[in-house]
Ligand binder design. Structure first.
Ligand SMILES: *Cc1c(COP(=O)(O)O)cnc(C)c1O
Length: 363
């Protein structure tokens, strides 16, 4: 680690690979011999066009998807996707069916409900979102427009460890906080989106990867910028895209490839999550994990301490050990360690050492 940097456990915007930040810094003032910063050149220039196409290509390659899928760069955050999806794809009796597994899954459902086209396929809300609803809990109407899931629940610290079987109903997924963190059979999904600021880049762009057959659908009653067909037909260049964000996402995708792809990301992420959950489990109840063990997230580990006073003390002391962003979301309380792709093993090992020390001093 660089002397003046900390281990950044923030949930999003989250930590980015140091190599990527340095690369961007090195070419910041003169991008690709243009004599200009990437922030200053036209989104129609050949220099930017190359960045745009390479990012799309690398993402599709990492996901092992073919010509029947397209990559889009949208704006408005994952939150705008919550509204665009039902607007574009649900209508009348063909409702969007939602699995409620956490706060963002609930927000996605609320947008569909607001439009009168949402229905609930399963929910773990009554159990404080400690588990991911399993296949046998799902009730998907046979005329549903799609089934929507949230693969990783950033706030509660739970993650899907299976891909739902939908009997032909298109599968839609919010992968904001675990996109490209592990190999997934992405072909089983019809529509995937991710706000990139969790695991893939800076805030400002949403990655959409979806079947072309869905994107072609012309929802012509909708405003231009709320139609996926607009983004699809114009290659996400109908209006000015967030060029810097896309450039950074492209760099992160290239970094993932260079590290060994999604298999290597999964190997690292599992190793980090393992030592962290082990530290929780061997603490004799001093640290209490929020998620049920079978639903634990490899990206966000949530846990409580014996009292709120100790939790405050933990956050303050962690910072003096170079461990930042560890405070949990107010709806769960306690701690949340976000250990995305760019969090090095050493960072999690340092957190685990600190947890042991803190427990001995305060138990
Ligand atoms: C952060 C997050 C969102 C919201 O993303 P915005 O880009 O802030 O709208 C949605 N879903 C998940 C899973 C998230 O982690």
């Amino acid at each position: 680690m660089e002397a003046d940097r900390v281990y950044n456990f923030n949930p999003g915007p989250g930590t980015l690979p140091l190599d990527v930040l340095k690369e961007a810094q090195a070419e910041f003032l003169n991008f690709n011999h243009s004599g200009m910063s990437i922030l200053e050149i036209s989104h129609r220039s050949p220099q930017y066009e190359a960045v745009h196409q390479q990012a799309k290509k690398d993402i599709k390659e990492l996901m092992e998807l073919g010509d029947d899928y397209e990559v889009l760069f949208c704006q408005g955050g994952a939150s705008q996707q919550f509204a665009m999806i039902p607007m574009n794809f649900a209508s009348g009796p063909h409702k969007g069916a939602y699995v409620l597994s956490g706060s963002f899954a609930e927000k996605a459902y609320k947008e569909a409900e607001h439009l009168g086209v949402g229905t609930i396929a399963a929910s773990s809300k009554e159990g404080s979102y400690k588990h991911i609803p399993q296949q046998e809990e799902l009730q998907i109407p046979s005329d549903a427009a799609y089934l929507h899931i949230c693969c990783n629940n950033t706030i509660y610290g739970t993650e899907y460890h299976y891909v739902p079987e939908t009997n032909g109903i298109p599968l839609f997924a919010d992968m904001s906080s675990d996109m490209l963190s592990r190999p997934v059979d992405f072909k089983k999904f019809d529509f995937i989106y991710a706000g990139v600021q969790k695991n893939l880049g800076p805030a400002g762009v949403v990655l959409v990867v979806a079947k072309k057959s869905l994107l072609e659908r012309n929802a012509d009653k909708l405003p231009t910028m709320l139609r996926y067909a607009t983004f699809y037909k114009k290659d996400s260049l109908y209006n000015t895209p967030p060029v810097f964000c896309i450039y950074m996402v492209g760099k992160v995708a290239a970094w993932i490839k260079a590290q060994g792809g999604l298999t290597e990301m999964a190997r690292r992420n599992e190793k980090k999550a393992k030592i962290l959950y082990e530290a929780i489990d061997r603490s004799n109840g001093f640290y209490r994990g929020h998620a049920e063990p079978g639903s634990r997230s490899f990206m966000n580990a949530t846990f409580r301490l014996p009292s709120e006073d100790l939790e405050k003390k933990f956050v303050t002391e962690a910072l003096t050990h170079g461990l930042s962003g560890i405070k949990g979301h107010r709806s769960v309380g306690g701690m949340r360690a976000s250990i995305y792709n760019a969090m090095p093993y050493e960072g999690v090992a340092a957190l685990v050492d600190f947890m042991e020390k803190f427990r001995k001093e305060n138990a």
